[in-house]
Ligand binder design. Sequence first.
Ligand code: SIN
Ligand code: CO
Length: 387
Amino acid sequence: MYTLDLNQMSQNEFLTKYWQKKPVVIRQGFKDFVDPISTDEFAGIAMEETVQSRLVSKKDGQWQAEFGPFESYEHLGERDWSLVIQALDNFSEEAAELIEPFRFLPHWRLDDLMASFATEGGSVGPHIDNYDVFICQGSGKRHWRVGDRGQHVEVISHEALLHVEPFEAIIDVELEAGDILYIPPGFPHEGVALEPSMSFSVGFRANSAISLLSGFADHLIDNDLGGQLLEDAERQAIKNSGEVTNKDYASIKQQLQNLLDNDKLFKNFVGNYLTNAKHELDLMPSEEPFERDEVKELLGIHAVKRLGGLRAFYFESSEVGSINDGVCYINGEQISFDNEISPVIKLLCNQLVVTPDELAPWRENEHFITLIITLLDQGYWFWTEAE
Ligand code: SIN
Ligand code: CO
């Protein structure tokens, strides 16, 4: 388990002073930090078909990028390259633990855990991200420079690499294992390995209005909704046929507004949208369906753990489509359940692991047994040893 130490700052102090506002170095945010994964395991994961990985290197002053899966790393020299894996939390239970200390931020804001291994001189180049990121330094050292927000010129250094022109640093530091660099969106930055090193980036990406709107349109199409035509049975004759009257403009706008104001519809979309997996899940559905009696017995002995990268949320309010209405959202789907099991559903959504003690009160609840069997059968949750 990783414990985050914000250097005398409370979580709220950090949020008020830095979150989305300015970058900060948190020295020894993780004390006695040990990489959750070895470099060999890391290199092995980038060989898997379903994993998004890339190798970034610089040769004779030219940036190069290759995409995984990789078959071998033998062609690479001793220095100036970096291997990056996206959504490592989906493929390594141990690495996924690094997200846990950041649960003072809502999980729906989380994008993924990205990690990189770099040899001396290795870097992905100077760039700007559009997400908040906590770059947690693992083994080895890296030199980080962060510039201020502002007008920066982006350049395409390679078809797969969008870089930024040289910038003046407002932060210029060497990070060692356990140090954390928080960077909000829009600040140019570059990390260069001073020796073979690992780095783990916990990224939080906010939604843009355009992606929400296009997601909403897809939701309407998929569910055959929103097809009603504008009605204007009360129309009166007009003089200027080329004019869109204020009244007509208002009713066109209202047509769209009605969809947004329909909370049942919009909440269902938001729940599905926020729980859609950001990256491919490493799903292993059970070969045989779980038996009720077996599950009841195991619930008292084992904990259940959520699959890495799986997203499960509920809405706070007691309006329709919320937890008190017996609704939650898991992996892009609305799940309905009997209201009386809401407390344990909240535990499943809020925690990575739910312990046997927490599960015990629900062992004899048939509604819960039915639901947890579905989740176990799908491979969304799995049994794990109680700590
Ligand atoms: C890296 O791990 O090398 C890059 C991380 C980042 O710049 O966000
Ligand atoms: Co970055």
